[in-house]
Design a protein around this ligand. Structure first.
Ligand SMILES: O=C(O)C(=O)C[C@]1(C(=O)O)C=C[C@@H](O)C=C1
Length: 153
């Protein structure tokens, strides 16, 4: 009887392994319900316990992809901001304005053409992040206080 139980457990273990390979499920456990029927033959039923949401691992993998993309976007924004500030400093150094509305319109159009309405909001945020000042309000994010914030024409 002990032998029969062990061989049944082995079959169950194999079945669970096989099932998980075939169906890509991740068993977190398996119940074995078994008994005996006439002639000493065992009958068994396997109840496989899987993750609550079998798609959870796929979602986690895609989230990793998104995290990597977000990191790249953040790095690009930092890079863009550095270049933008360099341009602004050069312009201010030449007696010009810190911001140039016509150029901002061109940037805005590029985002909108490609991304539609949400593109406009993204462009505005990108510009705000890069210029450090909002046209008209003179506020600044991190520029030195002795540099006047000049609104473009
Ligand atoms: O292209 C410029 O002239 C910039 O100063 C860069 C930039 C930008 O970040 O895109 C920033 C401020 C200006 O108002 C316009 C555009």
């Amino acid at each position: 009887m002990c032998d029969a139980r062990h061989s049944l457990l082995r079959i169950v273990a194999r079945s669970v392994g096989l099932l998980s390979v075939i169906t890509q499920i991740r068993p977190v456990g398996a119940f074995l319900i078994y008994g005996w029927q006439g002639g000493g033959r065992s009958v068994g039923e396997v109840c496989i316990v899987t993750e609550e949401n079998p798609g959870a691992s796929a979602i986690a993998a895609h989230r990793e992809e998104i995290d990597e993309l977000d990191l790249r976007i953040i790095e690009l924004l930092e890079q863009r901001s550095q270049i933008s500030r360099r341009i602004q400093s050069l312009r201010v150094g030449q007696g010009g304005t810190r911001t140039v509305l016509s150029r901002e319109m061109t940037v805005l159009e590029q985002y909108t053409a490609r991304l539609g309405r949400p593109g406009a909001a993204i462009a505005m945020s990108v510009l705000e992040f890069c210029r450090g000042v909002r046209p008209g309000d003179g506020s600044r994010r991190s520029e030195s206080p002795d540099t006047p914030a000049v609104t473009a024409t």
